[in-house]
Design a protein around this ligand. Structure first.
Ligand SMILES: Cc1ncc(COP(=O)(O)O)c(C=O)c1O
Length: 387
């Protein structure tokens, strides 16, 4: 009997490295500094709100674009933090995490053959969803060790097939927070070539000593920018998968048009609780960032004292090291050996590049309790990290 041929738009997309490395951590008992999820949950009162919503009967389909209380809270959040005034009914859509907003945006806005400019290293759902939409990615590399935007490379990446720029700031995995002048450059290129921009700002509140500037606040950009964020990183509730997209009504409508055939609607009991978090615990993300800053410094100093070249991130909860000095062929080989050698898991970033620029780079997450970071550093110090 012949097997049916599976030829799909997903062809050639490898499984996410996080599944593999988290399984390796579990199998070896390693300290997992791989996947970016905190090991302490967000505000207890917010979790209690979700519990109350479950008990109170919020158990059937929510409206497709999201419950009005959450859409309104998201609009208020954008106004309070960035001075962006949104109509919650037409300029905000709730999604199942930022992940669904990204996928829906690509499916809605990218036609087969369209080119999408994307910062490299990319968050791993970007290439997958661009490919699902039939689009073609055009990477612009953020190069170590500074990981700044190369404006000339961005300009050179534009062609007559370019449909949109997919931006991420603060940027995972490099920790770069784009500066107002870098954003101005993106804006002038987008306006000159009449491009849309989709900007993933899930780490908007997790910056250290630098402000987060949404691209949509740059003059002339609101009309062409779809801004994506979620509750997961800001409130240490990554498992909730409550996200959103905001922007001009026609872009939000496009996301909704795709979303209605993906999930139709997102988790009803979590939405009022997410609204409560945004409205009533507005300072929580800032406190989280202050706390993460200490953990960032603990991890970065520890890694540096092991002889690794460390890039200290301006945002997110990841630090990147260059492991060239240790004699390994690449970061992938290093990360596969690390759980066995040292009992620690980290993520090779080369899988997030089309080019070779990330071959020797390794990402370490610091959204873990300080004791765990210290435990990982102790294990690394006791191990032979050379090839
Ligand atoms: C850059 C970036 N975008 C999106 C996501 C996913 O967000 P969510 O969990 O809200 O789907 C992540 C999670 O790691 C991320 O790092």
């Amino acid at each position: 009997m012949t097997e049916p041929v599976i030829a799909s738009r997903l062809h050639g997309i490898p499984p996410t490295i996080f599944t593999e490395m988290s399984a390796l951590a579990a199998a070896t008992g390693a300290v997992n500094l791989g996947q970016g999820f905190p090991d302490v949950d967000g505000p207890r009162e917010v979790v209690q709100r979700a519990e109350a919503a479950l008990r109170g009967g919020a158990n059937q389909y929510a409206p497709g674009p999201g419950v009005p209380a959450l859409r309104t809270a998201i609009a208020r959040h954008q106004e309070r933090h960035y001075g962006l005034t949104l109509d919650p009914m037409t300029e905000v859509v709730v999604t199942t995490g930022a992940t669904e907003a990204i996928a829906a945006a690509m499916l809605a806005l990218v036609d087969p053959g369209d080119e999408v400019i994307v910062l490299e290293p990319f968050y791993d759902s970007y290439p997958a969803t661009i490919q699902m939409a039939g689009g073609v990615r055009r990477p612009v590399t953020l190069r170590a060790p500074a990981f700044r935007l190369d404006v000339d490379a961005l300009r050179a990446a534009v062609s007559d097939r370019t449909k949109l720029i997919l931006l991420n700031s603060p940027h995972n995995p490099t920790g770069t927070a784009l500066t107002p002048s870098e954003l101005d450059a993106v804006a002038s290129i987008a306006i000159e070539h009449d491009l849309l921009v989709v900007t993933d700002e899930v780490y908007e509140h997790l910056t250290y000593d630098v402000p987060h500037v949404p691209l949509a606040t740059i003059p002339g950009m609101f009309e062409r920018t779809l801004t994506i964020s979620s509750i997961g990183k800001s409130y240490s509730l990554t498992g909730w998968k409550v996200g959103w997209a905001t922007g001009p009504a026609r872009l939000v409508e496009a996301v909704l048009a795709a979303k209605q055939w993906l999930t139709f609607t997102s988790g009803a009991p979590l939405q009022p609780a997410a609204a409560y978090a945004l409205d009533e615990h507005g300072d929580w993300p800032r406190e989280l960032a202050a706390d993460l800053r200490v953990r960032r410094d603990l991890l970065c100093q520890g890694l540096r004292s092991l002889g690794l070249d460390v890039v200290v991130p301006e945002g997110t909860y990841f630090a990147t090291t260059d492991i060239s000095a240790l004699g390994w062929a690449d970061g992938d080989a290093f990360c596969r050996a690390l759980p066995h050698r040292a009992g620690v898991v980290a993520i090779p970033t080369q899988g997030f590049y089309d080019s070779d620029a990330g071959r020797m780079l390794v990402r370490w997450a610091f959204c873990k309790r300080p004791e765990l970071i210290e435990e990982a550093l102790g294990r690394l110090a006791a191990a032979d990290l050379h090839a």
